[in-house]
Design a protein around this ligand. Structure first.
Ligand code: UD1
Ligand code: UDP
Length: 366
């Protein structure tokens, strides 16, 4: 079975890293990896290939940054050429970025079956670019790999029948596999004390592109930093937004801002933080995987089970005092109870995905 896997943005390198290992270990799988070039800085792309042993992509389309339409359109055109040349049996896509949508659309129009890892997540907020991407990708897909029961229910509500295997979350598999490689000495190099800092990440469009929200978040983090130091690996989008608003110098003074870090450093930071404060999808879950409580700087989340379980609390970041109060409350709160061990698939998600893909290819006519 020939699989074209399409990745392009940071979280997709991490998800593909762990699935690729499993897929390529199975007999009869030939995977062709395509990088759209959506993320291109060394610390947003290449570092993951180096650190996580991801095979070099067969194609790098070098699309780079642009508005949604231009970026997605350029990807669509370039991906169609790749798919016409490669003629795969399956196209495998991850998550909800513009790279995901372009790949799903290119494949579906060529009648190539699409498998979507992380299908069925919904924020029910169509102002998020990711919500558009994931809805359209799901509806262009043939196999929908749902990470959670909530995702299965969302897809069933949208009329998907038995094409929704509940496989768990490949990011949990990644956290276990790569987590075992993270030695404690990493933390010293990162300049933080175990259990004595807040780890923050911010990059979601609604927060970086809304001056009020970005100001509320960064002034709240600055106020917290008097009591607990805040370490924040800065996404390039947020770096530019802080510069634009004239907030960068103040943020540098009050917070420990770093460049984006590699995944192994990120695990070390998540594992040893007192609290994670984030608007990242992956970050919310990884906080829990490493049993660190989380405050999510968003109006809603797709990973609802962690809010129910008490490991994650949501705060709409429109005012400094509400963000600061939520962080302070989370810092004071007792450790939440352990949820069901089967949540997120118990670490066997990649194997289930490989089983389904190979089963589907055996069942299909030659
Ligand atoms: C994208 C995804 C988002 C995902 C995030 C992961 C979409 C619509 N959004 O958001 O779902 O959570 O990736 O990090 O696909 N930039 C650089 N260097 C890079 C990459 C980006 O400087 O290597 C800067 C550019 O100014 C660019 C901006 O960051 O315009 C935004 O990049 P883009 O890929 O468009 O969106 P993200 O915010 O990264
Ligand atoms: N991550 C990383 N270095 C960083 C910030 C994040 O390796 O400096 C990892 C993080 O551990 C997680 C993934 O990137 O695995 C999350 O990606 P991001 O927050 O960019 O996107 P999202 O998950 O919100 O789509």
């Amino acid at each position: 079975m020939k699989v074209v896997t399409v990745v392009g943005a940071r979280p997709q390198f991490i998800k593909a890293a762990i699935v690729t290992r499993t897929l390529r270990a199975r007999a009869g799988v030939h995977e062709v990896l395509v990088h759209t070039g959506q993320h291109y800085d060394d610390n947003m792309s290449e570092v993951f290939f180096r650190e996580l042993g991801i095979p070099a992509p067969s194609y790098n389309l070098a699309i780079g940054s642009a508005g949604h339409g231009a970026q997605t359109g350029r990807m669509l055109e370039a991906l169609e050429r790749v798919m016409l040349d490669e003629r795969p049996d399956q196209v495998l896509v991850y998550g909800d970025t513009n790279s995901t949508l372009a790949a799903a659309l290119a494949a579906a129009k060529l009648h190539i079956p699409v498998a979507h890892v992380e299908a069925g997540l919904r924020s029910f907020n169509k102002r998020m670019p990711e919500e558009i991407n994931r809805i359209l990708t799901d509806h262009a897909s043939d196999v929908l790999f749902a990470p959670t029961e909530a995702a299965v229910a969302n897809l069933q509500n949208e009329g998907f029948g038995d094409r929704v295997p509940l496989v768990g979350d490949v990011m949990y598999d990644a956290a276990i596999h790569y987590g075992a490689q993270v030695e404690p000495s990493r933390l010293e190099r990162l300049g933080v004390e175990p259990g004595a800092y807040v780890l923050a990440t911010v990059h979601r469009a609604e927060n970086t592109d809304g001056p009020d929200r970005l100001t509320a978040i960064f002034t709240a983090l600055a106020s917290i930093a008097d009591a607990v130091p805040v370490t924040l690996p800065l996404h390039p989008r947020t770096h530019k937004a802080l510069e634009r608003l004239g907030l960068l110098a103040q943020a540098r003074e009050r917070l420990h801002l770093t460049d984006p870090v590699g995944y192994l450093d990120m695990i070390a930071l998540e594992r040893n933080a007192r609290l994670v404060v984030t608007d990242s999808g992956g970050g919310q879950k990884e906080a829990f995987f490493h049993r660190t409580p989380c405050v999510t700087l968003r109006d809603e989340t797709e990973w609802v089970e962690l809010v129910t379980a008490g490991w994650n609390r949501l705060v709409t970041p429109t005012a400094q005092h509400t963000v600061a109060a939520s962080i302070e409350a989370a810092l004071r709160a007792p450790t939440p109870a352990e949820p069901d061990a089967a949540l997120y698939g118990g670490g066997a998600s990649c194997e289930r995905i490989a089983d389904v893909l190979l089963g589907a290819s055996e069942g299909s006519p030659a």
